[in-house]
Design a protein around this ligand. Structure first.
Ligand code: PMP
Length: 360
């Protein structure tokens, strides 16, 4: 069976070679006579797989030694809770930048634990841009500053890393981690749900500066304490072993592609092609400020919204899947993560050109 082109925002496409390798290894991992899923997470073999995955991620992102890499559960949504629980550190205020639906969810959760200062919001322009550094109204007594560098639903990305002085910068990198090189040292904490650029759902990667560990608010559940997770090498309890293993295969694949510099070039080319096409064809539109267009999630509308159903049906019939926009905003969205090939983007553009011509 041939594979489709999958533009799903998450769980998203995985590299085909990774899936093939996982398939080959599924029932009999490295001639051990059992699947990796059936092994104790404390066995030498599994710990080797887990440690290699962490090292490969450290190599790819150039993560300094004074940062812990945690393989957690509960998705990025649980981080909306864990961040205030672990990082308020005696304070009772945090700054949040609001650029869309995932920022809103993070803010709502933080409000359960502290006062939230919304340092900037682009709600006024329907979340079609990110605020500039000058527009950030940071408070002197915030324990940390939180933002979402890539809003998956709106397709809005920051084109800079906010300068927060000596404050702790926290970022939800769920939909853009590993898409391009990143200076980890600018952050106190980075988190990302796995199911876009890392691997299958069930895993959430947290990269946190060591000195921020160990001062949780009263009542923090043991499983939500970053220090407990770090002290136990992310194995305080049984981790999602298969997702972690598969993430390791994705990291190996990324290294084979030439690492983040190389994949960023491909990602930029893919995004430029798609936005370039949308901007020159009056049948399609993208509302996001050019500087803030995401290279991972490309929302677009059709000139005639009544054609959306046929656009989706025909694209699916052509082997282009999951192009519907988020249920909260409608329209279309193509998610073009690392594992979505340039060939897939070319096929999408060809389909869009043909559809526009037939319906104009
Ligand atoms: N943050 C962002 C930016 C996301 O895109 C998502 C999921 N689409 C989440 C958080 C929530 O992730 P999860 O479903 O893993 O909780």
């Amino acid at each position: 069976m041939s594979r489709v082109f999958n533009f799903c925002p998450g769980p998203a496409a995985l590299p085909e070679t990774v899936l093939e390798r996982a398939g080959k290894e599924l029932a009999n991992w490295h001639e051990k006579g059992l699947s990796i899923m059936e092994m104790s997470h404390r066995s030498k073999d599994y710990v080797g797989v887990a440690e290699k995955a962490e090292q490969d991620l450290r190599d790819l992102m150039n993560i300094p030694d004074n940062y812990k890499v945690l393989f957690m559960q509960g998705g990025a949504s649980s981080q909306f809770t864990m961040v205030p629980m672990n990082l308020l550190r005696g304070g009772n205020k945090a700054d949040y930048i609001n650029t869309g639906q995932w920022s809103i969810k993070a803010i709502a959760e933080a409000k359960r634990y502290c006062e939230v200062n919304v340092a900037a919001t682009t709600e006024g322009n329907a979340f079609t841009s990110a605020p500039s550094q000058d527009e950030l109204n940071l408070s002197a007594d915030a324990a940390y500053v939180h933002y979402c560098p890539n809003e998956t639903i709106g397709g809005v990305a920051f084109d800079y890393i906010p300068d927060v002085g000596d404050k702790v910068l926290v970022a939800d990198f769920s939909s853009c981690i590993l898409s391009e090189p990143l200076d980890v040292t600018k952050f106190g904490l980075i988190y990302a749900g796995a199911q876009k650029n890392i691997g299958p759902a069930g895993l959430c990667v947290v990269i946190v500066r060591e000195d921020l560990l160990g001062d949780t608010i009263a009542g923090t559940p043991t499983m939500f304490d970053y220090k407990v997770c770090a002290d136990n090498a992310s194995m305080y309890n049984t981790p999602p072993t298969y997702s972690w293993y598969l993430a390791g295969l994705v990291f190996e694949w990324l290294k084979e592609q030439g690492g983040l510099e190389a994949i960023a070039k491909v990602n930029r080319r893919k995004a430029e092609k798609l936005y370039g096409f949308i901007d020159t064809n009056p049948f399609y539109a993208n509302p996001v400020a050019i500087a803030n267009r995401s290279i991972m999630n490309v929302p677009f509308t059709l000139a005639d919204a009544s054609l959306e159903k046929s656009f989706l049906a025909e694209s699916e019939a052509a082997g282009l899947l999951n192009l519907a926009g988020h249920r909260s905003v409608g329209g279309m969205r193509a998610s073009i993560y690392n594992a979505v090939s340039e060939e897939a983007v070319d096929a999408l553009i060809a389909f869009m050109a043909d559809f526009a011509q037939r319906n104009s």
